[in-house]
Every structure is written in structure tokens, then in C-alpha cells.
Design a binder for this molecule. Structure first.
Ligand SMILES: NC(=O)c1ccc[n+]([C@@H]2O[C@H](COP(=O)([O-])OP(=O)(O)OC[C@H]3O[C@@H](n4cnc5c(N)ncnc54)[C@H](O)[C@@H]3O)[C@@H](O)[C@H]2O)c1
Length: 454
């Protein structure tokens, strides 16, 4: 099929490249000329494992442009995958969505086109996008659009760091559409994924347990709400274990064992039950805020979702409190942060806990050093205001530091020669913000181990 993707960020580019790999003809359009120039040169504008390899493999089916008049006419399916960042009152800012929808309407021509909201958008956005496309088409062409397009919702559930895996082997595909014809087009598009009939590349082998992928075929509003409800649930699962972690610390219990003991109950599941600094990233904070804002429009409160947000905010403060408890004074101290990205295997810094923690430490007069395997260049570019000294190696972060905090659980931090590290520190203290370091090993290495929940 001829497919266009508007927005070549983490979601749009991944979707476009996967569809091109499956044999569709894909045009990826972005408003950012710099990004498109990089993509045309074979460079990927952000870090995502194996994305560059898959682009190379699918290159013959891929085009990149900034020009909607190259991307829209003749496309059978157009995905909108632009950003929907949080606005001032919690509801997402929809200006990029609006401009993409207008651009589609102005350039629509040819046969029947399905316009798909893949961006996470508030309930009712499907209808809104439909009206914007129709209006722009009619203004440009001076005639009615007469059913030459329809709008669908196809929320995205990929995780940065495993985006390709999640797109090729998803837990489910959700399609919200108001007509059978629309659903049918997307069913045809996704068929190789739904039936798992494609040959995966060697670096992304199909997991043994993956069989046919379930399709949830529903109306627009339900598809839109599924996305928000799923993210809010994951967020509150994390906050729940962090709340239990607080109590566990007080009573001298072991939060790792508690999480295991809870999670092995098949009704609960072990994932997202790792206590620590809590969530960051572009989705959970924004999507929980948006859910609350939507509920308010209907006169509803969302006490559970609100509480999950509050617990998450508190976890970041706990890092500073723990350091204060140990060092008493932070002014003049040097604190090292291991990890800047909001989670391992990505360079995404949106709402990363490391930023908040660095800011709080600097406010208290501490000097902050940091390392991240892939996010340091982006950090320097996007946060020139934050006075953090970026170090080439994690060992350099620890040298002469009064404490190091493990903020992002990159695997290499676990494998460091902690004994050698301890000898170079001013005071050998490690605060394990993700509860992934081995306490006994840290003690043997000569470090005082502090866990966020112990
Ligand atoms: N990042 C994730 O893990 C993730 C997962 C699921 C869903 N989502 C949702 O997907 C959407 C996109 O997220 P992202 O992380 O890929 O965002 P992103 O910021 O990485 O990418 C958005 C891209 O859209 C481009 N853009 C903006 N306006 C445009 C326009 N009018 N036409 C063409 N391009 C335009 C920007 O230049 C940017 O490259 C959001 O709604 C997000 O909530 C994200």
C-alpha cells in the first residue's frame, strides 16, 4: 500500500520503517528540515537500537520529505504521528496535530484515503481531525470532500529502547474506526504483523511465544481511551510499588522480595513492579495529566491517577532527602549521577528524573557531574542552562564525588569495577535509585550502599 507518515519522531519513524520493511511504499514527512536532511543522509536523528539497520534494509521502500504535496496525494493511508506535548493545564497542546490535519486536507487528492491518528490524542480528536481535514479540503478545492477520506484511531504502545520489537511483535493492535471500510484498509495494512507472516531480520528474532497478534477493532472514542487508560494503569502500578516501598523501608522489609511475591500472582504480573525513582519520559506524565483534564471536562475526578502522579513526584524528592540524611550538608558537595536518559536504551530526556534531581541538587549548592552512554550530546544541546559537568566515563563521575546516584539502570553501571571506583571517591557512598545494585557486592567493594527503598 502507499503510506505516508507525518512526524518522524520515535513513533512516526519507527512505524514508517517497519511498514516499509513489510513491503509497503512509505513516505515519511516531517516539519523539521534538519531531521529530514539527516534521514536522507542515512543518519537517524535519535538513538533507538537497530533502527539504522532496518532503515538500510527497507531503504528502497522509503522516501523522506518536508513537503506535504509530495507526501499526501495518492497515499491510501496517512498516519499522523506528530508530538502532542503537555499544555499548561494538563491537556495536550494540539497545535501540531491541527497543522498536520490542515495540511492533509489541503493536499488530499486521488482515491479513498484513511487518515490515522497514531499520536496520543484526547478523546474526540478523531472527529476534530476529520472536521479540520474536510474544512481545509473544501477551502482549497471549492467543493465538498464527499467521503474521499475517513479518520481512524490506531494508538501506539511501543516503548523507546525496544521500539522495533514492539512494533513488529506487538501485544495487540487497536483500531478505532466508525466504518467497516476504514477498518478493512488498516486490517490489510497490518496483516503481516497480525498474522506474523513476515521473516524478521536476524537482529530482531521473533520471540518463541509470539503467535497471531490480537486485533481490537472498536469505535474511535474507545480506541482513544484505551491508550490513556493503559498508560495510566502502568504509571499507577509503578507508583503503587513505590508507595509500598516507603512502608517496606520503615518496617525493615525487602521490597525486591515483596515485588516478586506480589508479581508472581498471575492476576498481577511482575512487570512494572520495580521500585525506584519512578517514571519519566514523554508519555506517562503527559498522558496521566491529559486523562485527568479530560475527566474534569465531564465533571469527574480521577483520584487514583492523581495519587499515582503525586507518589511519582515524591520519589524524586526522596533522592535528595536520602543524600541529605547521609551527608547532612549538600552545599559544596560533589554528587555524581549515573544516567541522564529517562530509561536505558534511549537518549530521550523528556521528563527524565535526572534533570529534576540535578536541578534540586544544584539549588542546594551541590556540584553535579553526570554520565550517560548515549544521551550526553542531547543533554548538552537541550539543557545548556543546567550546570552539570558531563563526564566521558562513569568512573570519572565517581572520582572525588561525595556520593554517586544510579539514576538510569543502564546495564554497564551494574558491571563497573566498583571496588576501584570506591577508592577514587571522596566519600564512598552509592545511592541506588533503581534498586538494581547488589548491596552485598557494594559493601564488599567498600561502598556505603543506600537504596531508595531500604
Ligand atoms: N515516544 C513514545 O514512546 C511514544 C509511545 C506511544 C505513543 N507516543 C505518542 O506518539 C506521538 C509522537 O511521539 P514521539 O515521541 O514520536 O514525538 P517526537 O517529538 O519524537 O516526534 C514528533 C515529530 O513530529 C514532527 N512534527 C511536528 N509538527 C509536524 C507537522 N505539522 N508535520 C510533520 N511533522 C511534524 C516534529 O518535528 C517531530 O519530529 C505523541 O502523541 C506521543 O504521545 C509516543
Amino acid at each position: 500500500m502507499n503510506v505516508s507518515i507525518l512526524g518522524t519522531g520515535y513513533v512516526g519513524l519507527t512505524t514508517g520503517v517497519c511498514l516499509a520493511f513489510l513491503g509497503h511504499k512509505v513516505t515519511c514527512a516531517d516539519a523539521d528540515e534538519g531531521k529530514i536532511a539527516m534521514l536522507e543522509n542515512g543518519e537517524v536523528p535519535f538513538y533507538e537500537p537497530h533502527l539504522a539497520d532496518l532503515i538500510t534494509e527497507a531503504r528502497c521502500n522509503l522516501k523522506f520529505t518536508t513537503d506535504y504535496s509530495q507526501a499526501i496525494p495518492g497515499a491510501q493511508v496517512i498516519f499522523i504521528a506528530v508530538g502532542t506535548p503537555p499544555g499548561p493545564n494538563g491537556a495536550p497542546d494540539l497545535k501540531y496535530l491541527q497543522s498536520a490535519a490542515r495540511g492533509i486536507g489541503e493536499n488530499l487528492s486521488g482515491g479513498f484515503t484513511v487518515v490515522v491518528n497514531k499520536s496520543t490524542v484526547p478523546i474526540g480528536s478523531g472527529n476534530w481531525v476529520g472536521s479540520l481535514v474536510r474544512e481545509a479540503f473544501e477551502q482549497r478545492n471549492g467543493r465538498k470532500s464527499n467521503g474521499n477520506f475517513s479518520v481512524a484511531s490506531n494508538p501506539e504502545f511501543l516503548r523507546e529502547g525496544t521500539a522495533l520489537h514492539d512494533s513488529l511483535f506487538p501485544d495487540r493492535v487497536v483500531i478505532g474506526a466508525d466504518t467497516a471500510q476504514t477498518g478493512e484498509v488498516l486490517y490489510t495494512l497490518y496483516r503481516p504483523i497480525l498474522d506474523q507472516t513476515f521473516q524478521p531480520p536476524p537482529y530482531l528474532p521473533r520471540p518463541e511465544e509470539v503467535g497471531a497478534v490480537p486485533l481490537i477493532s472498536t469505535d474511535l472514542a474507545s480506541a482513544e481511551l484505551i491508550k490513556y487508560a493503559a498508560n495510566a494503569f502502568l504509571a499507577l502500578k509503578i507508583s503503587y510499588i513505590n508507595e509500598i516501598g516507603l512502608l517496606s523501608e520503615k518496617v525493615g522489609a525487602d521490597i525486591a522480595q515483596i515485588a516478586k511475591g506480589i508479581g508472581l500472582d498471575a492476576r498481577i504480573g511482575t512487570r512494572f513492579l520495580q521500585s525506584g525513582i519512578g517514571w519519566g519520559g514523554s508519555c506517562f506524565g503527559k498522558d496521566t495529566a491529559a486523562l485527568i483534564a479530560t475527566a474534569h471536562e465531564y465533571g469527574l475526578e480521577m483520584p487514583i491517577v492523581n495519587a499515582a502522579r503525586e507518589v511519582n513526584r515524591r520519589q524524586r524528592e526522596r533522592v535528595v532527602d536520602k543524600l541529605l540524611g547521609e551527608l547532612r550538608i549538600l552545599k559544596g558537595r560533589t554528587i555524581g549521577l549515573l544516567g541522564l536518559a529517562f530509561k536505558p536504551h534511549t537518549d530521550d530526556l523528556r521528563e527524565a528524573p535526572a534533570l529534576d534531581i540535578a536541578r534540586k541538587l544544584i539549588e542546594r549548592g551541590a556540584r553535579v557531574k553526570a554520565h550517560d552512554p548515549v544521551a550526553m550530546e542531547r543533554f548538552k544541546r537541550e539543557h545548556p542552562d543546567l550546570e552539570v559537568l558531563c563526564c566521558e566515563t562513569p568512573e570519572e563521575v565517581a572520582r572525588d564525588a561525595d556520593a554517586v546516584v544510579l539514576v538510569t539502570e543502564w546495564p554497564q553501571y551494574r558491571e563497573m569495577d566498583w571496588e576501584a571506583v570506591a577508592k577514587t571517591m571522596r566519600t564512598a557512598i552509592v545511592l541506588d535509585g533503581r534498586m538494581v545494585l547488589d548491596r552485598a557486592r557494594m559493601s564488599r567493594a567498600g561502598l556505603k550502599y543506600l537504596g531508595l527503598a531500604c
